[in-house]
Design a protein around this ligand. Structure first.
Ligand code: GDP
Length: 305
């Protein structure tokens, strides 16, 4: 994960760490290289700028430059700023486990609405979460596909449901998304499911029809969580998609898929700062247990190697 960024930053910091004393200009030169590394990793420009400003302000402080190992202190400052940018708290790694933040304690069935573009990994992530909710939270989940646009989308969820042994709402041909959502809620209530995962339709692009459908489904199902699924490999596009959804539906968090193949890290680093929404989970593979709580501290550790 984030190999290129790690390599670039590693090179910059090796130079800094090897030196006994640092001057303000050394820090500023290093930060220029860090800025380039962030932009090459497809981090959004305002986020990269804010990052560099925050690190420079702290790193050129007198105590840092006069300390015994100023280079290492600068690296620590960069690490802590990475954690903050990813939505965590560097002083309290436990409190920063954003991924543990699924709200499941409301009156059952607790509705989790999954939204996102086609191909982002939404259906796969829905099944992964159904499994995780049973295994990590000890709760019984049902899944329903509201995707009437893509042929066989509902069947795809049913197949995944069988693989992870999570119930899916029986398919009724011709039913529209809002009616499927109502039927799913009724069915989940009657069968005493704790959680209902609604896999909504995707589109190739964000458009008005999609947003209208998301709003209608949200208003009949009153979701406790609205999770946006985005493909981390799409970099800044993922952040733009998140921004469009944030403006229209009340997102409670983001799932970044394909983190297993993301060598750059731009989406992860920009997402929180641009959208204000926590990254709750990272998808790390095609298998149905390849999902992890997103941990800002360990991602920052991995970036800095
Ligand atoms: P949807 O159109 O958004 O519902 O997307 P799908 O759930 O059908 O996923 C599209 C493809 O991406 C499938 O082949 C999935 O196996 C794959 N996929 C989903 N999440 C991940 C992930 O975290 N890592 C990898 N490598 N592949 C994933």
């Amino acid at each position: 994960m984030f190999d290129n960024l790690s390599d670039r930053l590693g090179g910059v910091f090796d130079k800094l760490k090897g030196r006994g004393a640092l001057k303000e200009q050394d820090v500023r030169d290093a930060m220029r290289e860090v800025r380039i590394a962030l932009l090459e990793a497809d981090v959004a420009l305002p986020v990269a700028r804010r990052f560099i400003d925050a690190v420079t302000e702290k790193a050129v402080g007198q105590e840092v430059l006069k300390s015994v190992k100023p280079g290492q202190q600068v690296v620590k400052i960069v690490h802590d700023e990475l954690v903050r940018t990813l939505g965590g708290n560097p002083d309290d790694p436990q409190a920063a486990l954003a991924g543990e933040g699924l709200t499941l304690e409301a009156k059952p069935p607790v509705v989790i609405m999954m939204v996102g573009l086609q191909g982002s990994g939404k259906t796969t992530t829905t099944a992964k979460l159904g499994k995780l909710i049973r295994e990590k939270h000890g709760k019984k989940a049902m899944m329903a596909s509201l995707d009437v646009n893509r042929p066989a989308a509902q069947e795809q969820l049913a197949v995944l449901g069988e693989q992870v042994d999570i119930a899916t709402l029986p398919i009724v041909a011709g039913q529209q998304p809002v009616d499927i959502a109502r039927r799913a809620m009724e069915s989940a209530r009657l069968q005493n499911f704790d959680v209902l995962l609604l896999d909504t339709a995707g589109r190739l692009h964000v458009d008005e029809a999609l947003m209208a459908e998301m709003k209608a489904v949200s208003s009949v199902s009153a979701p406790t969580e609205v999770l946006l699924v985005v493909d981390s490999l799409t970099g800044q596009d993922a952040v733009n998609v998140a921004q469009s959804f944030t403006d229209e539906v009340p997102l409670t968090g983001v799932v970044l898929t394909r983190m297993d193949g993301d060598a750059r890290g731009g989406a992860a680093l920009s997402m929180r700062a641009v959208t204000g929404k926590p990254i709750k989970f990272a998808g790390t593979g095609e298998k149905l247990d390849a999902i992890e709580a997103f941990r800002p501290n360990s991602v920052a550790d991995r970036i800095l190697g």
